[in-house]
Design a protein around this ligand. Structure first.
Ligand code: ZN
Length: 152
């Protein structure tokens, strides 16, 4: 039984998006999460839940990212989760900001630190779906904000 995406995805980028959609990474929930947030988009019923646990230096030790909804939110959440390990919260925030700008204006070819997230450029053909791609990022930002207001 193969799941079909709800947008037309083709080419290398499309394949990568489909791979994350079909085989989402880092879905195991964490018992010891320091940073935690859930975001919901009523437009298409998307939900992204993100959890991070931090080591003693404040860098991300473990990531859990679970998405429900359309193909884009599921791929985007998986892709973002793969980039957070080992990063400080500042670095995670900067990466997120870069991703947001790339989704809005298009990415520079050398923005390799965006990793698999670069593949979501295909979603720019569907402006209304950019929100789906950015939902896990909103969860990340809200989670970091809540953690900081609690911790400091
Ligand atoms: Zn969606």
């Amino acid at each position: 039984m193969s799941q079909q995406p709800d947008v037309q995805l083709d080419g290398l980028y499309g394949d990568l998006v489909m791979d994350h959609y079909r085989n989402p990474r880092n879905r195991t929930p964490l018992n010891d999460a320091d940073v935690e947030a859930e975001e919901f988009n009523p437009f298409c019923g998307d939900r992204a839940t993100l959890q991070l646990s931090l080591d003693e230096k404040g860098n991300v030790r473990d990531v859990s990212a679970v998405a429900e909804g359309c193909s884009i939110i599921q791929a985007a959440t998986s892709m973002l989760s793969g980039l957070l390990q080992g990063k400080s919260l500042d670095e995670a925030g900067e990466l997120g900001e870069k991703f947001r700008v790339a989704m809005k204006n298009g990415a520079e070819a050398d923005e390799t630190d965006l990793g698999d997230l670069l593949a979501l450029q295909v979603v720019r053909r569907y402006p209304v779906r950019i929100k789906c791609a950015l939902l896990p990022l909103t969860a990340l930002e809200e989670g970091i904000k809540a953690y900081r207001s609690k911790a400091h």
